[in-house]
Write a protein that binds this ligand. Structure first.
Ligand code: ZN
Ligand code: ZN
Length: 71
């Protein structure tokens, strides 16, 4: 797998480590991206062949809320 945003892979993770929150999106990028960029991200994911749009949005929102709660 490879992240569509930062192009990290299982063997070459982001600095500090990351995990997959969607098929083509790592946790690091999910955290960095705010809700504002979700639509942009969805378009990116769509062009890369993912059609589970709702699933990605739900995952991103859940993660975003988790992160903002920790802060
Ligand atoms: Zn990434
Ligand atoms: Zn990553």
């Amino acid at each position: 797998m490879e992240c569509v945003v930062c192009h990290c892979t299982d063997l070459n993770a982001c600095q500090g480590g990351c995990y997959w929150i969607a098929e083509d999106l790592c946790s690091n990028c999910g955290v960095i991206l705010s809700k504002t960029y979700v639509q942009e991200l969805i378009d990116l994911l769509k062009t890369s062949g993912i059609n589970s749009k709702e699933k990605v949005i739900i995952e991103l929102q859940r993660l975003f809320e988790e992160v903002t709660h920790e802060m």
